[in-house]
Ligand binder design. Structure first.
Ligand SMILES: NC(=O)c1ccc[n+]([C@@H]2O[C@H](COP(=O)([O-])OP(=O)(O)OC[C@H]3O[C@@H](n4cnc5c(N)ncnc54)[C@H](O)[C@@H]3O)[C@@H](O)[C@H]2O)c1
Length: 282
């Protein structure tokens, strides 16, 4: 196995994948980002370009550095082009889709480390059936990945300590603050943060307070974003599926019960910022 990580592959060029690709390119890695939908690659490219332009305007990087960072990223809709030492997937939050993708990637990359950015699917379950489950690991970035420092490094049952340490060191070199966690429902942050979302939605359902007032209240209490603004940023589809998954994994403990108001938004395509409307209109 290659112990030195030089090249990075990112599968999925949506909200998370594009930010993750930027993080690695900024840290000097050569990155190829893959998505099955070419339009998502275009969107990711312009998103990264505008993020870099902001850094230039704040004089955090020069224009030449921005060009060099963008030049490190190649965009592809052909999975055959994803050949890298370390590959992280940030595709749809669906076990079958992630397993199928990893099966294909592990044939193309028999020596590589395969990482998942899953929010709640057990890493051990994703690794099941793959030729090298000891090289499968959770690397959970937070949204927006290019800004948020925290990254959870999750070892599945079969992940070796050597791989976990290697990945931990690499993430630290990218300027992030990694923490190691074991494979448990919601890992750490999504478990601890669940009541922030579910209780806030219950308060709205019970007409105790409005979406706007709850956001204002929690922001005044020191949170950077209120729960409804944050759910719209995360994507209501993503946030709802995370809650559903935790609810199931905790054997239907009522404190993890998903909200009907969020389910209704998801079923109506009101996904948040990415669709132009969620709890708020954009
Ligand atoms: N959105 C968040 O705040 C957040 C935070 C942490 C982790 N996550 C996790 O990251 C992952 C991605 O979430 P997101 O919000 O970026 O989703 P997203 O919907 O914004 O993007 C997913 C992308 O994956 C692509 N895709 C889907 N299936 C694919 C496949 N089989 N092969 C290649 N590309 C495929 C889609 O075309 C899309 O561009 C999920 O597992 C999610 O749980 C999300």
């Amino acid at each position: 196995m290659n112990v030195e990580i030089k090249t990075i592959g990112v599968a999925g060029a949506g909200t998370m994948g594009s930010g993750i690709a930027q993080v690695f390119a900024q840290a000097g890695y050569t990155v190829s980002i893959y998505d099955q939908i070419p339009a998502m690659l275009q969107k990711a490219k312009s998103g990264i370009e505008s993020n870099l332009a902001i850094l230039v305007s704040k004089t955090k990087i020069t224009e030449a550095e921005a060009d060099s960072i963008l030049g490190k990223i190649s965009f592809t809709s052909d999975i055959e082009n994803v050949k890298a030492d370390f590959i992280i997937e940030a595709i749809i939050e669906n076990l079958k889709a992630k397993q199928e993708l990893f099966k294909e990637l592990s044939i193309l990359n028999p020596e590589s480390i395969l990482a998942t950015n899953t929010s709640t699917i057990p890493v051990t379950q994703i690794a099941f059936g793959l030729p090298h489950p000891e090289r499968v690991i959770g690397v959970h970035f937070f949204n927006p990945a290019q800004i948020m420092k925290l990254v959870e490094i999750i070892s599945g049952i079969e992940t070796t300590d050597e791989i976990a340490q290697l990945v931990y060191n690499m993430i630290q070199k990218c300027g992030k603050s990694p923490i190691k966690a074991k494979d448990a429902p919601g890992f750490i942050v999504n478990r601890v943060a669940r009541p922030f979302y579910t209780e806030s939605q219950k308060l709205v359902e019970e007409q105790v307070a409005s979406v706007e007032d709850l956001d204002l209240l929690l922001e005044s209490a020191g949170f950077k974003m209120g729960p409804f603004k944050l759910m719209d940023l995360i994507g209501n589809d993503v946030n709802f599926s995370v809650t559903k998954s935790l609810f199931e994994q905790f054997y239907y403990e009522s404190r993890f019960r998903p909200s009907r108001i969020q389910e209704q938004l998801v079923s109506g395509g009101l996904l948040g910022r990415k669709s132009g409307r969620g709890f708020y209109k954009y």
